[in-house]
Design a protein around this ligand. Structure first.
Ligand code: FES
Length: 106
């Protein structure tokens, strides 16, 4: 289980206990986090699950692989150094306390 917080640009926070093995796109859509669409269901072909990972947590969320890296060039909001596709971040006890920021498309 990991306690995860999504912070939105309007200052709202959504904090949820996420079961191990669930990816953060699935957790976000199940909990109505705005602007996380997950259109492709997590198969790395839509980039609608874009988040910015709190810098303190970047190392723990793992490496960006080549496909995710390519898809991160297609996000609605411009990619930053801490950008991830949240369908590729899998909840585990290691991520307990993780904070991610939800970019808001114009
Ligand atoms: S849900 Fe489509 S790339 Fe993450």
């Amino acid at each position: 289980m990991a306690n995860i917080t999504w912070k939105t640009e309007d200052g709202n926070e959504i904090t949820v206990d996420v079961k191990d093995g669930l990816n953060l796109m699935e957790a976000a859509t199940a909990n109505n986090v705005p602007h996380i669409e997950g259109e492709c269901g997590g198969c790395l072909s839509c980039a609608t699950c874009h988040v910015f990972v709190d810098e303190a947590w970047l190392a723990k969320t793992g490496e960006v692989d080549d496909i995710e890296d390519t898809m991160l060039e297609m996000t609605d909001v411009e990619r930053q150094d801490n950008s991830r596709l949240s369908c590729q971040i899998i909840a585990s006890a290691e991520l307990d306390g993780l904070i991610v920021y939800v970019p808001e498309p114009e």
